[in-house]
Write a protein that binds this ligand. Structure first.
Ligand SMILES: [Zn+2]
Length: 282
């Protein structure tokens, strides 16, 4: 009886000053599109993918983690309201958010970058992205050339971005991560490739940015004015197919995916072709 009374008063206390109330007072944790984002945030048990590589994200939204000899590398930051769960997932693996030294960003859309400002503040980590994406990440402002520009929501601005150049590795301790430019879904999209070993067995792992040719209503990838975006998606699909790649984490998990980067490239090519057929009215 006593125990029950204590837990009821605890619940009442949590409800009055609990996580929701605190989150609402913190501008970096203010939820973005909460009803829409809910379907991405299905809880997922954090765990090891291979060697020093882990996943700390959700059923519909990936967040990657690499352990190095000099701290942790986090990949992507989901939406602001997911930050508490990401940090809890990192703790559940025996690490701390304070161990995160680098945060790599695949694209500046709110579902992958909305939580990065809070994660960077909480960890003190340096955020790394392509030069093109850095403009949106540092300002929080949406790129007018983005195919989804009309539907996007601004994200909390990230004060300073370290620019990653394609082919120039990002190093932390004993790990070297190769930035792979995969523009098209956004013109600044970047995928990330590294090697993880278990004993003498090593695997090339890729955290792949979205390659989906999707847009706001009225935008056509087949419009000559959008040729740059279409070419970018096509060359990014080809680049994905050619990568040394034994294992893949896609920025949104793809339950239908078979194989690693080649399978992902096939999937993206199929979606692009379906899209172009639809635009052509077939
Ligand atoms: Zn996106």
């Amino acid at each position: 009886m006593m125990k029950r009374a204590i837990s009821i008063s605890l619940i009442a206390l949590l409800q009055s000053v609990g996580p929701a109330a605190i989150a609402n007072d913190d501008p970096l944790l203010r939820p973005i599109a909460p009803d829409y984002a809910k379907r991405w945030l299905a809880p997922e048990k954090p765990g090891r993918l291979f060697g020093n590589s882990y996943h700390v994200g959700f059923g519909g939204l990936s967040v990657g983690l690499i352990r190095t000899s000099a701290g942790l590398i986090l990949i992507d930051g989901a939406v602001p309201q997911a930050v508490g769960d990401i940090e809890a997932n990192i703790r559940a693996l025996g690490f701390s958010i304070r161990d995160v030294k680098l945060i790599l960003s695949t694209e500046p859309h709110y579902d992958h970058a909305g939580g990065i400002a809070a994660l960077a503040r909480d960890s003190g980590a340096t955020v790394v992205a392509s030069a093109y994406a850095a403009k949106s990440l540092e300002s929080g402002v949406i790129d007018a050339a983005d195919p989804q520009a009309a539907d996007l929501i601004a994200i909390p601005a990230i004060p300073h971005i370290r620019i990653a150049r394609p082919g120039v590795p990002i190093r932390l301790g004993d790990v070297s991560v190769m930035p792979v430019a995969t523009p098209g879904h956004t013109m600044g999209s970047m995928s990330w490739r590294w090697s993880s070993c278990e004993g003498r067995t090593c695997r090339n792992i890729v955290f792949a940015a979205s390659l989906n040719a999707i847009s706001s209503d009225g935008y056509r990838f087949s419009d000559p004015a959008n040729r740059v975006q279409l070419k970018a998606v096509q060359s990014s699909i080809a680049a994905m197919r050619a990568l040394p790649c034994d294992m893949i984490m896609t920025s949104h998990p793809e339950p239908e995916l078979k194989g690693a980067c080649r399978g992902y490239a096939d999937m993206a090519a199929g979606r692009l072709n379906a899209r172009l057929r639809k635009e052509a009215g077939q």
